[in-house]
Design a protein around this ligand. Structure first.
Ligand SMILES: *Cc1c(COP(=O)(O)O)cnc(C)c1O
Length: 380
């Protein structure tokens, strides 16, 4: 490998870069946008309708509903399940704060479990000790692009007769066994924030389910609780409509999602092949019988902060997902119910680093990053 590591001045490489994706679908996206502009229908129209059908058929559920963002998707799902005040919902502290914010938005209490260090997803051994007679649901987060331990969580929820919600905001299109994530829970939630594997050009979210009753209720809650008839609210709802522009852009991206995910996987393979040689770095493990769509490529190492500074000096800007566990953040510290043992979450947050990964990252850019990593790990 070429050991020279020139500093590329005007060529910053970030851990995600949604603009590059716009460039690669420019014509199709601009056509879609222009179609919406001329349609005189800007919110919950044909584009949203079509997206919902295309998305549910892609995921493999009977129904899908477009909403304003991923946080709302979770809040609306919980409300559709009648979860709110005095109820508890189990999830993890190692996730986007959105997961926990959505639980609190319903009035319910988040209860936070630890994670397993191999996959960074919920430690199912925690579940029993966190369960109480107020527990109404578990939200599993399929973090970084692959699934949590679905069989263990599913059997726990079944045994306790509580609901299972999947937060698939980081794993659009990934599989467990022969089914896509989002088909295993009672309801599943997807953020389509611009950097996600399926990303809009603004805020957007999707909810999927096989249950007709829940589907009707979710559609109602999305728009003031209206059902068939406008101006008649059957449920206490909110405004979380998806607009046509976002839906039209998402339809273009959805048609290409498997291809985009394959490119992410390809990049991840190159990172892993290269980094595996260094004992001080822990590369991502892929769970048996599942695919990993690498929303993020997360490594773990003790000298994390040194590596970040080094890469920054080379115009490479990694991320940290997430630097502070939710139960230690100012807004939540000392007031959430958490697992007695949440050590892995706290340890991992100090050592994880997200290397640049997005489908449009070129092989030249990847070579450059690998060269820089090589320089860092062979520097002594
Ligand atoms: C991005 C994300 C969300 C929140 O989605 P928004 O669209 O930003 O509201 C929720 N959960 C996880 C795991 C996420 O990564």
């Amino acid at each position: 490998m070429d050991n020279s590591c020139p500093r590329s001045k005007n060529n910053m490489i970030y851990f995600a870069n949604p603009q590059e994706q716009f460039k690669s679908f420019k014509t199709e996206i601009e056509e879609s946008i222009s179609r919406v502009l001329k349609s005189n229908s800007y919110i919950l129209g044909e584009e949203v309708n079509c997206l919902e059908k295309e998305f549910s058929s892609f995921i493999g559920t009977k129904f899908a509903v477009g909403v304003a963002n991923g946080t709302d998707a979770i809040e609306i799902s919980l409300r559709a399940l009648d979860i709110g005040f005095e109820d508890e919902v189990i999830t993890v502290s190692h996730t986007a704060v959105a997961t926990v914010a959505a639980i609190e938005a319903t009035g319910a209490t988040p209860v936070l479990a630890d994670i397993e260090t191999d996959f960074y997803t919920i430690d199912t051994n925690n579940l029993e000790s966190l369960f109480s007679d107020r527990t109404k649901a578990v939200i599993i987060v399929h973090l970084y692009g692959q699934c949590a331990n679905i069989p263990a969580i599913k059997s726990f929820c079944k045994e306790k007769n509580i609901s299972l919600i999947e937060d698939v905001s980081q794993a659009h299109g990934a599989y467990f066994k022969n089914l896509r994530l989002g088909t295993y829970g009672d309801i599943s939630c997807f953020s389509c924030y611009p950097t996600k594997n399926l990303g809009a050009i603004g805020d957007a979210g999707l909810i999927a389910t096989n249950n007709k009753k829940l589907f009707d209720k979710i559609k109602g809650i999305r728009e003031y609780g209206w059902s068939e008839k406008r101006y008649i609210s059957n449920y206490a709802g909110k405004n979380s409509r998806l607009d046509e522009l976002q839906a039209a852009v998402l339809r273009v991206k959805l048609r290409n999602l498997d291809k985009l995910n394959n490119r992410r996987t390809e990049i991840a393979k190159r990172y892993t092949k290269f980094l595996e040689k260094f004992d001080s770095v822990k590369t991502p493990k892929i769970r048996k019988e599942s695919s990993h769509v690498f929303h993020l490529y997360v490594i773990r190492l003790e000298e994390r902060d040194h590596l970040i500074n080094f890469l920054k000096s080379k115009n490479i800007f990694p991320g940290i997902h997430y630097p502070i566990p939710i139960h230690l953040q100012p807004a939540y510290e000392n007031r959430l119910k958490i697992s007695k043992n949440i050590k892995n979450t706290e340890l991992v947050s100090k050592e994880i680093l997200s290397l640049p990964i997005y489908p449009e990252l070129s092989n030249e850019q990847l070579d450059y990053i690998l060269n820089c990593l090589n320089l860092f790990f062979c520097r002594k």
